[in-house]
Design a binder for this molecule. Structure first.
Ligand code: ATP
Length: 427
């Protein structure tokens, strides 16, 4: 049986992955957990999300499905932040006998929920069409993510990474986290690039320890289960109440839709789109850097590197009108929030300079108004100024935001190592 769960947390506490970590331990009374639980990140533009728009799924081999259903429901009812207006939990159960007939529809629903905005009715209609057991609470919005997570469990085709999540003792929730920072930096030194986003060296920030009042102590992300586990072995911290390894779609770019024209870009979706820089990037109040991207058909979209992307904005500011680039990111309010960009072609930029003396090899000086130039040293004369191509101080290739500003779904450049173009990972 597959169990999908979503929307049990609020800004004040809880985390659906914590509920998952409890269930994989406690449900063993009724059967055995198959493989790793799944943590999927869904459409990152969804306004209802608490933090990272996560949903989870667990698979259990059981002879007591009714008992499992009863137990999971009781756990959701006791742990979910029901009092919070924005918490609208949902849980969906897919029996073994329903796998084959449901697989294709649930898989499509999963991809749709990563890419599009779904209505609660979409989820409820599919649940009733497939005859699945499900329970929604309050507005029942959690049914969307819960159903999507079951689709992710049924479909093994997607690119995946792993996260090792540790959780705090209940009495510590809401208090500041005690983690030995040096041991975290060391873990990164020992395991990068097989783990990533543990720390942000450039901005000297610990990325793997959240600041919110939820039960998570830290989470280590990496390429496989074995690596993320090993990377935590020497991390020193307050007592870990429990931990869980999740298979995830984090760091995979699953949210991005490849489009051939800016005309296809709409709000609340995420894209890979190529075009030409139409104006020199400028910085507005708050430190956000903006430029316009245009394509051959005259369509344009504003692209933004927001203040939290820190030094990444300096790279964006090096772009010039005419550069051909590919931009990756989510669109909201008709503005694409840049997660990374690839410079395909840099436009040559020329500057008018005084000519160089052919004898002394020194820059010549003006000889007076409309009188051309002359060499100060040997007095050689020259008629006109010269155009000199200036150094762009940036190369073609892929650039990304720093780890501290990375979206959960965004694929870090360390995962692009086999590309045949330059990559410039931020670390
Ligand atoms: P956390 O990361 O702390 O687990 P969260 O950011 O996952 O929290 P949720 O509390 O799960 O946020 O809230 C997200 C809500 O949005 C859920 O009810 C989920 O079902 C719904 N949702 C997710 N994706 C979509 C989508 N594509 N369209 C419409 N609703 C969605």
């Amino acid at each position: 049986m597959i169990i999908g769960i979503d929307d049990t947390d609020s800004r004040e506490g809880m985390c659906t992955t914590y509920l998952g970590a409890i269930l994989i331990e406690e449900l063993t009374v009724y059967g055995s957990i198959r493989g790793y639980p799944i943590l999927v990140r869904l459409n990152p533009t969804i306004p209802y999300k608490t933090r990272g728009n996560a949903a989870i799924a667990i698979q259990i081999d059981t002879k007591y499905p009714d008992k499992v259903i009863e137990y999971v429901i009781s756990k959701i009812e006791s742990l979910a932040e029901m009092q919070s207006e924005k918490t609208n939990p949902g849980v969906v159960f897919v029996h073994d006998r329903e796998y084959n007939k449901s697989k294709s529809a649930l898989k499509d629903f999963f991809y749709d929920t990563v890419h599009n905005v779904m209505a609660i009715e979409n989820a409820k209609n599919l649940i009733s069409k497939l005859g699945l057991i499900a329970k929604g609470y309050k507005k029942e919005r959690g049914l969307i993510g819960a159903l999507a997570a079951t689709g992710a469990m049924l479909d093994s085709e997607w690119d995946s990474t792993y996260e090792y999540l540790t959780y705090r003792k209940k009495e510590k929730w809401g208090l500041s986290r005690v983690v030995d920072e040096n041991s975290i930096y060391k873990s990164d030194l020992d395991f990068y690039p097989d783990t990533w986003d543990t720390v942000d060296w450039e901005n000297y920030v610990i990325v793997c320890v959240p600041k919110s009042p939820d039960p998570v102590l830290y989470g280590i992300r990496g390429k496989d289960d074995h690596t993320v586990k090993s990377a935590t072995e020497d991390i020193k911290s307050e007592t870990v109440e429990r931990s869980a390894v999740y298979k995830t779609n984090q760091g995979t770019d699953m949210h991005l839709i490849n489009v051939s024209s800016i005309k296809e870009v709409t709000d609340m979706q995420s894209y890979i789109v190529q075009g030409t820089v139409k104006n020199h990037p400028y910085t507005i109040e708050g430190g956000h850097t903006i430029f316009t991207l245009g394509d051959n058909s005259g369509n344009t979209i504003d692209c933004a590197a927001y203040e939290p992307t820190k030094n990444f904005r300096y790279l964006v500011r090096k772009l010039k009108t005419g550069d051909n680039i590919t931009v990756y990111g989510s669109v909201k309010n008709q503005t694409l929030n840049i997660e990374k960009f690839k410079i395909n072609r840099l436009v040559p930029i020329y500057e008018t300079r005084n000519p160089t003396c052919p004898i002394c090899n020194k820059r010549m000086k003006s000889a007076g108004k409309n009188q051309g130039f002359k060499c100060r040293k040997c007095k050689t004369k020259a008629g006109s100024s010269v155009l000199v191509e200036i150094d762009r101080e940036i190369e073609t290739g892929l650039y990304e935001v720093p780890p501290s500003a990375r979206r959960h779904l965004a694929k870090p450049l360390v995962r692009f190592m086999s590309s045949n173009y330059n990559i410039f990972p931020s670390r």
